[in-house]
Design a protein around this ligand. Sequence first.
Ligand code: PMP
Length: 336
Amino acid sequence: MHVHDSLVELMGNTPLVRLRKVTAGHVPEGAAGPQVLAKVEYFNPGGSVKDRIAVRMIDAAEASGELPPGGTIVEPTSGNTGVGLAIVAQERGYRCVFVCPDKVAKDKIDVLRAYGAEVVVCPTAVSPEHPDSYYSVSDRLAADIPGAWKPNQYTNPNNPVSHYETTGPELWEQTEGRITHFVAGIGTGGTISGTGRYLKEVSGGRVRIIGADPEGSVYSGGSGRPYLTEGVGEDIWPETYDRDICDEVIAVSDRDSFVMTRRLAREDAMLVGGSCGMAVVAALRVAERAGPDDVIVVLLPDGGRGYLSKIFNDEWMADYGFLTPSTEEARVGEVL
Ligand code: PMP
């Protein structure tokens, strides 16, 4: 029988799918390249790229003894990382306590609770040093709960290592070594740093690594001013990001990211999140100046169902001025 013992076995090995429609106007029509290929991470059992780091961080903590049998995983997370951790925790009998600020959508908290995790909600409107802030509360819980372990995806070296060991080799194999450019958003930086390092090493430095970043974030030279694209960009530099890995970082506006996210669903049938639209905008900018033999891979971190009330909601888009007759009717070149 063809049976898997657990969903954890199905983490990683996601498909590489050609972008066919949204590329129009950016690459020449017909057979000529460059090719733009998407690594579709919503095929992971938890629905995002974060499954990869969850299993690797837990494996390492088990091996080092930091996470004892029956222990408790405590992490400040509101989304994808929590889902990945919860899936692995269930398989292996750990308790999960996640801490998130009260600005997080109720749907996201409900998803974590549905997997059996406990979620502690903290006020957003306090400084990080305040005892009620979600940073302080998660530190306190990790100290007070016996057998507690905090993965801390922003400092844990196993975050980038998981991508060095899985995402990078998968892309090299799937493209038969023909990949020339890798484009990904930067949140913790784990995806781009680990995948990028592997691809640079295996290709002798030939593969170009391009970060995609929301306008305003520090990675593309911003001041840390707010933006709406979730999961990417920072106002500080996390340890998990290798500052030397990117050959280039392309800043993308929220509007361009969200318009492209909607187009991916309507034109290429890929219902994905806002950071995916952002990464595709950057990939298409790379494609415009690429050669016919180039193979550009863009990583799409998660699916779009978590964003139905925002990016896929016309009123929400209109409230921010993102949805105008011109955005809906515009040809690709006009909106990018
Ligand atoms: N997009 C989404 C939706 C994410 O949740 C994340 C992870 N924070 C990223 C992109 C960026 O990935 P990384 O943390 O590996 O840089």
